[in-house]
Write a protein that binds this ligand. Structure first.
Ligand SMILES: Nc1nc2c(c(=O)[nH]1)N[C@H]1C(S)=C(S)[C@@H](COP(=O)(O)OP(=O)(O)OC[C@H]3O[C@@H](n4cnc5c(N)ncnc54)[C@H](O)[C@@H]3O)O[C@H]1N2
Ligand code: MOO
Length: 469
């Protein structure tokens, strides 16, 4: 459990059920008078004009209001028993003779401007499902519904290791060296995906340095960048072999990003002995082994070659076996290939570890034809214009110019897609639709269907229209 003040950005470990009716009592929605029955209404002596406040917010139950009577009331105050409506101050006249009259232009309707008890929810109603990200609005709702603290899943602790001798951390490229584009990008991206990033370290292309950094990391997830291919200084595979890690994904049929990998590290490596805690301590950690079964357009590729797929023999004690596994996500060094790995490997892993539901962004039609790879799925940066996904230029594996202005990555099947073809789009964590819960999306669809007399519209359009005031 976490106090509300510390729960922002966490994920709910259990559904949020209302601890009270909301509103908890019949409440005046306006400043004015509480009335009983048809008017004119008798005012209590001493409440004439503004000199007597009447019933104010924050007070206990008041005396019943007899038929034909009225009493001044403030917004948020408890409506007295027997009241049948509230008349706004601008719609009534207190002439000072002890009687209140409603203006002819505003005839009183039964129940008007009274928020009835339980209008928003009844005590025990489920307000939010487990797995919901705690946003500022969720904090407000939880407080209104009676919570002082929230059951949350601990965020997975992630360490980022940036590999590459050629990388500069400042200034302009020179002498064959280039700026590190992934160090500043990957940590914040993982944070947006729900991770607690404990550090981002830059490492030289040295086998022992890479081995030591991975072996000594106490993080739940190690994310490396670069060094995934088979070049002379690509140290990720050799390190994993040296550690006896199990390769769960070793390359995918996706461009860019095809050398990305996911490995399960031995539960206890040199530096992680006795590592306390786990992403799932208080909550319900998912099982990353079921990643392939999660319903997600984020897994467009199929694991390719299966080098090292033989699981290591386990001689662990039951106590050690009960500790959660640690994982390594190997992102390719080409920057857009690394983004591809963030969205298709890191995202489902972190989502599963925190028990969040799979996104269901829905397809979008392509504004233009997109050339495909002959055998592999392509991921292409797109932006949304009206209802369509517009492919962006600068989508090469080494380029970030397209993704920097994109709303998502379109999933282009092998062989390509024609103009108008409906393709899945992987949302970026900060794109509006990525932050919606499926239940909200369904409600948005329903609301929009109501607003459009059931016209069949695309889910993306439904979401956009539902977001309009
Ligand atoms: N013979 C083959 N060579 C390569 C293949 C292949 O199939 N056969 N695949 C290519 C593809 S596709 C990719 S993607 C890369 C993956 O390489 P690595 O993960 O080993 O990454 P590096 O070799 O370290 O770097 C690749 C490229 O990216 C630049 N880079 C690396 N880190 C950063 C960074 N932090 N910021 C900016 N740029 C970075 C690096 O300078 C290289 O240009 O392998 C291909 N090769
Ligand atoms: O697949 Mo590489 O990953 O084209 O950039």
């Amino acid at each position: 459990m976490r106090p509300l003040s510390e729960a922002l950005g966490q994920v709910l470990a259990a559904p949020l059920a209302a601890l009270t009716d909301l509103p908890p009592f019949d409440t005046s929605a306006m400043d004015g008078w509480a009335l009983s029955g048809p008017g004119p209404w008798r005012l209590p002596t001493g409440t004439k004009g503004q000199d007597h406040p009447g019933i104010l917010a924050g007070h206990g139950e008041t005396a019943p209001l007899p038929d034909g009577h009225a009493v001044r009331i403030a917004t948020g105050a408890r409506v007295p028993p027997g009241a049948t409506a509230v008349l706004r101050s601008e719609y009534g006249t207190d002439a000072g003779d002890g009687w209140l009259h409603a203006s002819a232009a505003h005839p009183v309707v039964l129940g008007q401007d009274i928020r009835t008890r339980g209008q928003e929810c009844r005590s025990g109603d489920q307000l939010l499902p487990a797995g919901t990200l705690v946003t500022p609005a969720v904090l407000g709702l939880a407080a209104a519904a009676g919570y002082d603290e929230l059951p949350t899943v601990r965020r997975p602790r992630v360490e980022v290791l940036v590999l590459g001798d050629e990388l500069l951390t400042e200034g302009l490229p020179h002498d064959g060296r280039i700026r590190d584009a992934l160090g500043p990008m990957v940590g914040p991206w993982l944070r947006a995906l729900g991770a607690e990033v404990v550090s981002t370290r830059r490492l030289a292309d040295e086998a022992d340095a890479v081995y030591a950094a991975v072996a000594e990391s106490s993080a739940d997830v190690v994310v490396t960048t670069g060094g995934t291919a088979a070049g002379p200084v690509d140290h990720v595979h050799p390190t994993l072999r040296r550690l006896g890690a199990e390769l769960l994904v070793d390359g995918v049929a996706v461009r860019p990003g095809h050398p990305m990998l996911l490995a399960r590290l031995a539960r206890e490596s040199a530096g992680s002995a006795g590592d306390p805690g786990s992403p799932g301590d208080p909550g319900s950690p998912g099982d990353p082994e079921s990643l392939g079964n999660t319903k997600s357009p984020g897994n467009p590729g199929s694991p390719g070659n299966s080098e090292g797929a033989e699981p290591p023999k386990t001689t662990e004690s039951p106590e050690r076996r009960s500790r959660p596994a640690r994982h390594l996500v190997g992102l390719p060094g080409n920057p857009l290939a690394a983004v591809s790995g963030l969205l298709t490997l890191a995202e489902p892993l972190l989502r599963t570890l925190t028990g969040r539901p799979a996104p269901d962004p829905g397809p979008a039609p392509l504004a233009e034809a997109v050339q495909g790879h002959p055998r592999d799925t392509r991921l292409v940066p797109v932006t949304f214009r009206q209802d369509t996904a517009v492919p962006l230029r600068f989508s090469g594996p080494a380029m970030l110019r397209g993704i920097a202005v994109a709303d998502g990555l379109a999933v282009i099947p092998p062989g390509g897609a024609k103009r108008g073809a409906e393709v899945d789009v992987l949302d970026l964590p900060w794109s509006a639709s990525a932050t919606e819960q499926p239940s909200h999306r369904d409600q948005a669809r329903q609301r929009t269907a109501q607003a459009t007399d059931g016209e069949d519209i695309s889910p993306r359009r439904a979401r956009r229209e539902a977001a309009q005031p």
